[in-house]
Design a protein around this ligand. Structure first.
Ligand SMILES: *[C@@H]1O[C@H](CO)[C@@H](O)[C@H](O)[C@H]1NC(C)=O
Length: 284
């Protein structure tokens, strides 16, 4: 499971759940081996490389909402209406938004660049994301953490594609992510405040700065490599191209990134730790 690149919609997410002492690992809702009891403590509706822009993915964010509705029906069947409402309003929802819309769609699928400039494309994604959060709230969610886009210009894949010979961070990509995040943050904050619901904790949570900080100051966190990755050639492998057959580095704990797009397990741990330290109090 990836924490921030895909839009990842989970009730409680693995490392977060583990650190909160809830459960060690949050299974996928679509996992065929999922035990019914898992439904009551949290599941993941996340899907690889999905996004808000319908162009981004096969399993769109709104398909994840439909799975969530099905989930609610199942839980009601198990524990009844009242308990279900209690679970829904006390769960912790993490929604990770936007990085893939930019990295996989806007900057790579030409049609979007013809239709939208960066400014109007950020409006499109923010609009989808806000509507998604509204639907989630209407279905009974109260504590929703919406994570913004990562510093996509510094993801190793984007350095290779857009960072020139020296593979520097792409400023244009990073600026697009920052613009989207600032719009997302104000849209979410004003939505939360407009609800006037004392239980509502709908919180924009920054991942851009914590991850950028880890990449730029990787030594400080015990990483030695932040611009290349552990798996394969270090040039462009991502997800399924990184598999049992690919060579991997001998010690992935010194790498921030596992593949060209996703942090290593240790990379995620350090990141989640930082995010929790700065944001957890906003949810309780
Ligand atoms: C969200 O709204 C609630 C209720 O009005 C308020 O107590 C809380 O501070 C708000 N949180 C944020 C992050 O805006």
């Amino acid at each position: 499971m990836s924490l921030f690149n895909e839009i990842c919609f989970v009730l409680v997410s693995s490392f977060v759940a583990e650190q909160l002492g809830i459960k060690d690992y949050v299974l996928a809702y679509l996992d065929p081996h999922l035990q019914p009891s898992e439904l009551l403590t949290g599941v993941s509706f996340a899907s690889g490389a999905s996004g808000f822009d319908p162009q981004t993915t096969q399993i769109h964010a709104y398909d994840q909402l439909n799975l969530f509705k099905e989930y609610i029906g199942k839980v009601k069947g198990m524990v009844g209406e009242e308990r279900t409402n209690y679970i829904l309003s006390n769960s912790f929802y993490l929604v990770l938004a936007g990085s893939d819309d930019f990295a996989n769609t806007y900057f790579t699928v030409d049609i979007r660049k013809l239709q939208y400039d960066i400014n109007s494309y950020t409006d499109l994604v923010v609009n989808y994301a806000s509507n998604f959060v509204k639907e989630l709230y209407q279905l009974g969610a109260k504590r929703i953490g919406l994570f913004g886009a990562a510093p996509i210009g510094c993801l190793p894949s984007q350095r290779t594609l857009a960072g020139g010979e020296l593979r520097v961070c792409s400023e244009i990509y990073n600026q697009a992510a920052q613009l989207m995040n600032s719009k997302l943050s104000s849209a979410i904050t004003s939505y939360n405040n407009s609800l006037n619901d004392p239980q509502a904790r709908i919180v924009y949570t920054d991942t851009y700065n914590p991850l950028l900080n880890i990449i730029l100051n990787h030594d400080k966190y015990g990483f030695s490599i932040a611009d290349k990755w552990c798996c394969g050639t270090g040039n462009l492998e991502v997800s399924i191209l990184c598999n049992q057959l690919t060579d991997t580095c001998s010690d992935d704990s010194v790498y921030v990134f596992w593949d060209s797009y996703h942090p290593t397990e240790r990379g995620y741990r350090v990141l989640v730790n930082q995010i929790l330290q700065s944001s957890l109090n906003k949810f309780f």
